[in-house]
Design a protein around this ligand. Sequence first.
Ligand code: DAH
Length: 333
Amino acid sequence: MKERIESLVKEISEHAYDKSEDFKLMFLSKKGKIQTLFNEFRNVAPDQKKEIGQLLNGLKEKANACYNELLMKESVSSDTCLVDDMTRNVDNRNIGAIHPLTLVRREICDIFSKIGFTVEEGPEIEDDWHLFSALNFPPEHPARDMQDTFFVEKDIALRTHTSSVQIRCLENATVPVRKLFPGRVFRNEAISARAHCMFHQVEGLYVDKNVSFKDLKQVLLYFAEELFGPETKIRLRPSFFPFTEPSAEMDITCSICGGKGCNICKGSGWVEILGCGMVDPNVLANCNIDPNVYTGYAFGMGIERIAMLKYNVNDIRLYFENDVRFLSQFKNA
Ligand code: DAH
């Protein structure tokens, strides 16, 4: 008896069976090997009953454990048994995708928040002061013209850039200020593959004592490398904006061709991604910040443009048509 029990223990541990049904039949059914031994138990000599009884119980426990294990394995590999499995991954075939402009806006904000920038928003309908005058636009500047700007009424317009939020922030701020202002902007432009009457920008502003152009350049290099990869190079070209002095436009090595020259960069290997500069002293003074004590830099970029470069999108209108064939391509982005 003892040897037969031991040989069954061995047989079970060797996992000779992989179907729970077969296993049950062989070991755990009424006519199975274990029940047969239990049936013979009454013939065991009284002085051995204790020892054999313990061995038999041990065998049965082991067989039950083995049977449960087989059942578990089978339920993992079969769908129908999984209906009640609360640990099962949800079926995510039909969840939507995050819009590419949201992806890029979040990425830009994340990159700058790592170096201490916080995010704030301002109104889309603005007055002349915040949109133009406080930003040092001269009275005859073409941006003040109906041709470029959607006016709601005299001196009230849909904002043409997020630079207006710089003024809203500085008017109420205690310096130092290190902020990002993402948002929608509107321009009276004919809609084409390259231009839209509504698009998105992110504005950056840092005002403190001793802020220099060197700081601006270093932060923009960090940003370009984070967003487009460590091999990305930047170059700053002199430019003009009323609210910065000096002003520059920043190019990055073309992320599509890696700087070799393609039709996106028009063969130059460089693409423009933002405008920037040192905050004009007049702007600081307009916000009651002493330009003799404080300096600052600012920059502004179009999200659509950056997303076009990042995802190789060749028509800005695709962002606003909400065609699922376009949007679903960003599921894993
Ligand atoms: N507001 C400018 C535009 O819409 C972009 C810009 C340029 C923002 C230079 C800035 C800056 O803050 O310093 O084209």
